[in-house]
Design a protein around this ligand. Sequence first.
Ligand code: GUN
Ligand code: ZN
Length: 445
Amino acid sequence: MSIRAVRGEILYFRGHPEEGSAKASNDGAVVHHDDGILLIDKGSIVAVGPASEVLPQLGPDIALQNYPHSLILPGFIDSHIHLPQVDVIASHGTQLLDWLERYTFPAEQLFADHGHAVATADFFLQQLIQAGTTTAMVFATIHAHAVDAFFRASEALGTRMICGRVMMDTNAPDALCDTAESSYHESRALIERWHGCGRQLYAVTPRFAITSSPQQLGRAGELLDEFPGVYLQTHLSENLGEVEAVRQLHPHSQDYLDVYDQHRLVRRHSVFAHGLHLSAREHACLHEAGAGIAFCPTSNLFLGSGLLDLAKLDEAGVAYGMATDVGGGTSFSMLQTLNEAYKVAQLQGQTLSPLKAFYLATLGNARMLGLEARVGTLEVGTEADFIMLDYHCTDLIRRRVQRCQSLEERLFVLMMLGDDRAVAATWVNGQCVYDRPNASVLGTS
Ligand code: GUN
Ligand code: ZN
């Protein structure tokens, strides 16, 4: 018997909760059931709705798992994170370029050791799952075996992941430098091995315009031409010192984004991390291409990089989604990331509503990645990746939630006070892969 059923409060999105005429209602952008049931068969969602409607459809042999005082949501999607940086997170005292040299590049060199890459991939995936993140867009290192190790671990867990081998042929330590040719051929072999293999997807990954020569960026563009559907991930306009270095290194480009655009890297399904110091021209270029920005608030604050102006992105029609950017970012938790995102908006006299915040961490990211028919939602026919957030996970959250009178208020409490302790369970491809000890899973009924 492969059909499983879970019962609890259910929330997911069909569209942007603040765009168009779709306001919070069940037939609009927001789907919410106070007491709902999700039915899963062989890794897919086969029914979702109010318990009163779905219960009569359940046969007597279907196990129903109750998650009282929990909110069932699509698994979070993290659109920018670094696998090797679990050992760099919380490193004191520097901004981007010094931080890369002092902490990040040494940590990435350790991945020359295959055993280290394998062990770290497992640890990293566990951290994601415990935080309720079921899909992530991941930078590995320049070592092809680190990408293999990550995809193998993801395949074993059943997660849908996007990952790429970092391309870096200049302005980096010798031990981390490849060449335009070797990076092309190794990336190509990894695409052939992994892209579309089960749930795994590949992203061509030039680190950023400082560490890739024009030749290497050109080879990255060729890979995108040769393999439609493969992603592009890189960094863009994060730190003012970086922006100035890019201006000097690429004098024939009109701005930072143009360095990438000249090599045909700015496309639909290209994800640029940060994008803090962009001009109106760059916004227009991103919009026209249908490319996206990964909003990394904990990293942007931690590294002192700046405040992302969401109002400007909205005005220009640029797609964006939430990302942790561990280890420049300081938490794997998407809830903590939303907490910081709210404060980034506050500092600019803007606001971030709880519904929009949860949208950006689920369907918003899925849409940016063209994956909305598969993940980031709980629509029938999509892949069964979902989480339970427990309103009773801490005494403070439990007490505060008792005073809430709406879904929006409860979501806001979760995103301001919650972290991985709030994740009661994580399901991937229809299987429960994480059940938080002492979480309130009552078992079958
Ligand atoms: N820019 C180039 N590489 C990196 C990195 O590893 N982290 C961050 N935050 N920015 C980068
Ligand atoms: Zn990054």
